[in-house]
Each structure stands twice: as structure tokens, then as C-alpha cells.
Design a binder for this molecule. Structure first.
Ligand SMILES: Cc1cc2nc3c(=O)[nH]c(=O)nc-3n(C[C@H](O)[C@H](O)[C@H](O)COP(=O)(O)OP(=O)(O)OC[C@H]3O[C@@H](n4cnc5c(N)ncnc54)[C@H](O)[C@@H]3O)c2cc1C
Length: 295
């Protein structure tokens, strides 16, 4: 019955796993996976799932998710078909399923500046807003003006000051059943060549300093006020430390990478061990930035 309903309203599959949907390549099978065709289909799917008490989880590009090995007996919803954007002067409309690195290229081509920081963040626009993702002292809160949200069966426009943005945090983290559908961003007229150079320089810096050739979920921990998580992890001697199939990257010690057969459970056990050692040595509580799900 679930399968029939979902198939009517989107591209449906029953053979997907978090292992293939996340950048860290870990996690169990998924009972139902759907990519709704449009907002109306999404609205009907969500209403149906709520009425039938079926658990569901939205996924963007899976670049911040650590999933457990057990099968998820619910529905994973991807807004992959929400992939339109419009650039009119410096006002930009972009839907949640658009991949940030792709969109940065389009903004740069259009001669707009302000989004260069996101050129190397491998998430969707929806995921970047949810996380208030950022880099190089810039974050989504600096450019988001308004977000279109499916909130409790209603589509509403929410202004930036309603969204409680702070470091790697937004109001959406308090409401996991809301959907970010699209956003209006404020960018500035710039110089395409200069923006392109900034994006390329930063991509080069990432290649030099981050293990982007290994499956990961980016930074494991938030940087504590006035400090860096990688320094604290180095301080406890954990660079290169391994637990099961998960390793503290030798290239960047705030990245925990999957060496092949790593499991979400290994990742979390290693993260917990790091938290305890850092607390013991520095009396600092590291907070996870990567999100755990179904474990
Ligand atoms: C190599 C690498 C480098 C990275 N560098 C950075 C960096 O520099 N800065 C940074 O901040 N992060 C970084 N990250 C982490 C990650 O890319 C970001 O957190 C990103 O914002 C996650 O987006 P996503 O689409 O992959 O979201 P997912 O991981 O798929 O989901 C994350 C959360 O967002 C929710 N979500 C996703 N889309 C929606 C939506 N449309 N509506 C409602 N909820 C939604 C999901 O339910 C989930 O709770 C990096 C990750 C990797 C692998």
C-alpha cells in the first residue's frame, strides 16, 4: 500500500541503502525511497505518511549523515526533482535539491559574488540551509533572505530572522518534519573571473588539507569557541587512530574516514572515544557536527 501510494507521487525504489546515498558510504537498507515529482506530490506523500504513522527522513546529498547498519523501516524522501533556479540581477531563487558546488558555478558565471565559500561543500541547497553550512568565515545565514517551507501541511515563506541561524544551526533542526523547498538568496554583483579564482584557490586548498579522496561526512566535530577540533584531536594523539573500518584521517584529524567496510556504529564509537579523551585532557566538550541517524 505504501509502495503504491509513493509510486504514484514520485520516483520510487525499495532497493536503496544509506551506504549508496551518503558520502561516507555507510548505513543499512531503506524500506522505501521516493523522489516526489513536485510540491503537490510531496505534500500528499507527507500527509499520507503522517496519517499512517510511517517514519520518514529527508535526505539531501547525504554529506552530513552517519547512518547505522540496521534496516530503516520508513521512507527516505529526496528532493532531487526540486532542481530549478532563476538568477535575476542579484536576486536568486534556488530550489532545495540543487547541488551547492554546481549552483556556485552558475552564480559565478552570472557575475554574482557572495556564494564562493560554498564551492567545495558537497551538499544540496536544502542541506546547506538546514545546517547553516559555512566556510572561510562565511555561512548561509549571510546570504539567505527568505525560505519557502512545507511546514505542517502548509507552504509558508519564512524570513531569515525567523530561522534562528547560528554556527552550524538553524530552526529546521528543531523541526525535522518540515521541508525546505527553495530559497531566495541575496548575492552581489561581482566579477566572474575574480570569483572563479577564489573558488579554484579554495578547491586547491581543500585538496591539500582535506581527505576528499576518501569517503567522509566532512568535519566530525564543531570547532569549540576560540579553538579548533583538529588541534584537540591531534593533542590526544589520535591522528591516524583507527576503530573498525573508520580512521581519523592522517590528512585532517577532524575528518573520520571510511577505510572500506566502516560502519556507522564504528564511527560513533570512535567519536565518543575522542570526546571522552578530549574532555579528560582539555576539559572541553566536543559537539558532533555530523548527524547520526537510525543508530
Ligand atoms: C568532503 C566534505 C567537505 C565538507 N565541507 C563542509 C564545509 O566546509 N562546511 C560545512 O558547513 N559543511 C561541510 N560539509 C558537511 C556537509 O556537506 C554539509 O553539512 C551540508 O550542508 C549537508 O548537505 P546535504 O544536502 O548533504 O544534507 P544531508 O547530509 O543529506 O542532510 C543533512 C540534514 O539536513 C536535512 N535536510 C536536507 N535537505 C533538507 C530539506 N530540503 N529540507 C529539510 N531538511 C533537509 C536532512 O534531513 C538531515 O537532517 C562537508 C562534507 C564533506 C563530505
Amino acid at each position: 500500500m505504501i509502495k503504491d501510494f509513493l509510486s504514484k507521487h514520485g520516483d520510487y525504489r525499495s532497493d536503496r541503502s544509506f551506504r549508496e546515498l551518503t558520502t561516507i558510504k555507510m548505513g543499512g537498507e531503506i524500506a522505501h525511497y521516493v523522489e516526489p515529482y513536485n510540491i503537490d506530490d510531496l505534500r500528499q506523500i507527507v500527509a499520507f505518511l503522517k496519517a499512517n504513522h510511517v517514519p520518514f527522513k529527508t535526505i539531501g546529498n547525504g554529506s552530513n549523515l552517519i547512518c547505522g547498519s540496521s534496516r530503516f523501516e520508513g521512507v527516505v524522501i529526496s528532493l532531487r526533482h526540486f532542481d530549478n533556479y532563476e538568477i535575476n540581477n542579484s536576486t536568486v531563487y534556488v530550489e532545495a535539491g540543487v547541488l551547492a558546488p554546481y549552483f556556485v558555478q552558475q552564480a559565478v558565471k552570472a557575475g554574482l559574488k557572495g556564494l564562493e565559500f560554498a564551492g567545495g561543500i558537497p551538499g544540496t541547497i536544502g542541506g546547506l540551509i538546514y545546517m547553516n553550512a559555512g566556510a572561510y568565515k562565511k555561512e548561509m545565514a549571510d546570504i539567505v533572505r527568505e525560505v519557502l517551507v512545507l511546514k505542517d501541511d502548509e507552504i509558508v515563506r519564512m524570513q531569515k530572522d525567523e530561522l534562528k541561524f547560528r554556527y552550524r544551526y538553524s530552526l529546521f533542526q528543531e523541526h525535522p518534519r518540515w521541508f525546505i523547498l527553495a530559497a531566495y538568496l541575496d548575492l552581489e554583483p561581482g566579477n566572474a573571473e575574480e570569483s572563479r579564482t577564489i573558488v579554484e584557490d579554495r578547491a586547491k586548498r581543500r585538496r591539500e588539507s582535506q581527505p576528499i579522496d576518501m569517503p567522509s561526512a566532512g568535519s566530525c566535530f564543531r570547532n569549540p569557541e576560540g579553538d579548533f577540533a583538529w588541534k584537540l584531536i591531534d593533542g590526544i594523539g589520535y591522528r591516524g587512530h583507527r576503530l573498525g573500518g573508520v580512521e581519523v584521517s592522517t590528512k585532517h584529524s577532524n575528518f573520520l574516514v571510511n577505510t572500506g567496510e566502516g560502519k556507522g556504529e564504528d564511527y560513533l564509537a570512535l567519536a565518543l572515544d575522542i570526546q571522552e579523551k578530549v574532555k579528560e585532557k582539555y576539559d572541553i566538550k566536543l559537539i558532533m557536527e555530523a548527524e547520526k541517524f537510525n543508530c
